[in-house]
Design a protein around this ligand. Structure first.
Ligand code: ADP
Ligand code: MG
Length: 328
C-alpha cells in the first residue's frame, strides 16, 4: 500500500472499485492482487496512455463528480482514439483529501461517471492506487492495435488533406461561461456544458481511419497547437481555411459577434480528432466514416514550408501554433 493508510481504504476499494466494471475474458486477474494479469490478443500491439487531472488546474474542485469520472476516462480514451486503438483496460490512481462520508459520497458519484463510459467501450478497471492528499486523479488506458496500423503524429505527408471531426470551440466557450467571461443562454448551456464536462472520445472514428489516414491527433490543447504537433513531428507545414472550421451554431454566433477566431483555434478540451488523408484515400475515408455518426470536415492541406497558417475570411494569413502549455 502506498501513501497514508486510512482505516477506510480497503473498504473504499472493495465497495467502489472492485466490481466497478464488467469482467473481460482477457483479464486473468483484475483488482485485488499486487498486479493485474492480462492477456494481449495474439498479433496485436498494446497502445498505452495516461492523463492526470489536478484540482484547480484541470477542473474546479467542486465540479460534479459524476462528470469528472466520465471525463477522467474520456480524455484517456481520446488518446486511444487518436491512434486508432481499440480500448481494453484501465488503471486508476486516486488521491483523495479524506476518507470520510463526504469523500465516500464523492467517490461513489465519480465511479458512476467512470463506469458509465467504461461500459460503453467494454473497458475493465484492472487496478490502481488509492491514497490521501490534495485531490488529484490519474488514469491509464490500454488498447489494442495491429502492428503498423497506428495513426501516429509523424506520418503526415505533403499534399495530405487535413480533416477534423465534430465542432471546435464548444468546450472553450462553455469554460468561458463557467468562469464568468461570457454568458450563454440556458438552451446554449444545455448543449455546450456537456461538451466541456462529458466529452465523447472518438473511438469508432479512430478505428475506421486505421490504415486509411496518414497522421492523427486528438484536440486537447487546441486546433493550432495540436495541428502544430503533427507538423513538427512530420517535418511539414499546414494551411487551413478559417471558414472551413466546423462550428456549432453558438460558436458561429460568437465568432460573428466578436470577429475573434482565437476560440475555435486555441481553446482546448474539445477532444475531437485532427487527421490527415492522402488525396487518393479521400473517397475511401468518406465511405468508411459514413457508418460512424460523427461529422468530419476538410479544413486545409499539409504543405512543404514547415509553418502552420490560417487564412481568415478577409483573405489575411495568420500564423497558428500557440495553445495551452502547462509550463508557460
Ligand atoms: P498494493 O499495496 O499491493 O499496492 P493496494 O492496497 O494499493 O495494493 O491496492 C489493493 C488492490 O486494489 C490492488 O489490486 C490495486 O490495483 C487495487 N486498487 C487500489 N486502488 C485502486 C483504484 N483507485 N482503482 C483501481 N484499483 C485500485
Ligand atoms: Mg498500491
Amino acid at each position: 500500500m502506498t501513501g497514508q493508510t486510512t482505516p477506510g481504504e480497503f473498504d473504499l476499494i472493495r465497495h467502489y472499485i472492485l466490481n466497478a466494471t464488467k469482467q473481460r475474458d482477457d483479464v486473468v486477474l483484475g483488482v485485488g492482487d499486487d498486479c493485474a494479469l492480462l492477456n494481449i490478443p495474439p498479433g496485436q500491439q498494446l497502445a498505452v496512455s495516461m492523463d492526470t487531472l489536478v484540482a484547480g488546474r484541470h477542473f474546479i474542485p467542486n465540479v460534479d463528480p459524476t462528470s469528472l469520472g466520465h471525463k477522467t476516462l474520456a480524455v484517456n480514451l481520446s488518446d486511444l482514439a487518436a491512434m486508432g486503438a481499440t480500448p481494453a483496460w484501465a488503471t486508476l490512481s486516486l488521491t483523495l483529501p479524506a476518507a470520510g462520508a463526504t469523500w465516500q459520497n464523492w467517490l461513489g458519484q465519480f465511479m458512476q461517471g467512470f463506469q458509465g463510459l467504461a461500459k460503453q467501450y467494454q473497458v475493465q478497471l484492472v487496478g490502481g492506487d488509492t491514497t490521501r492528499g490534495p485531490l488529484s486523479i490519474t488514469a491509464q488506458v490500454h488498447g489494442f492495435i495491429e502492428p503498423g496500423q497506428a495513426l501516429r503524429r509523424d506520418t503526415a505527408a505533403i499534399g495530405d488533406k487535413i480533416y477534423v471531426s465534430g465542432t471546435l470551440g464548444d468546450a472553450g466557450l462553455a469554460l468561458r461561461d463557467q468562469q464568468g467571461q461570457y454568458k450563454l443562454s440556458e438552451s446554449e448551456r444545455r448543449i455546450l456544458i456537456p461538451r466541456l464536462n462529458n466529452p465523447t472520445p472518438r473511438i469508432a472514428l479512430g478505428i475506421k481511419l486505421k490504415g486509411l489516414a496518414h497522421a492523427a491527433i486528438d484536440i486537447s490543447d487546441g486546433l493550432g497547437a495540436d495541428l502544430s504537433h503533427i507538423c513538427t513531428a512530420s517535418g511539414v507545414g499546414a494551411i487551413i481555411q478559417a471558414q472551413q472550421i466546423p462550428l456549432s451554431e453558438t460558436v458561429q454566433h460568437y465568432v460573428q459577434k466578436t470577429a475573434e477566431w482565437n476560440l475555435p483555434v486555441s481553446a482546448g478540451d474539445d477532444y475531437e480528432l485532427i487527421f490527415t488523408v492522402p488525396k487518393a484515400q479521400q473517397t475511401a475515408v468518406l465511405q468508411a466514416v459514413h457508418s460512424v455518426s460523427v461529422p468530419i470536415a476538410c479544413i486545409g492541406q499539409i504543405t512543404a514550408d514547415q509553418t502552420v497558417k490560417m487564412i481568415l475570411p478577409d483573405g489575411n494569413t495568420h500564423p497558428l501554433g500557440s495553445g495551452y502549455d502547462h509550463f508557460q
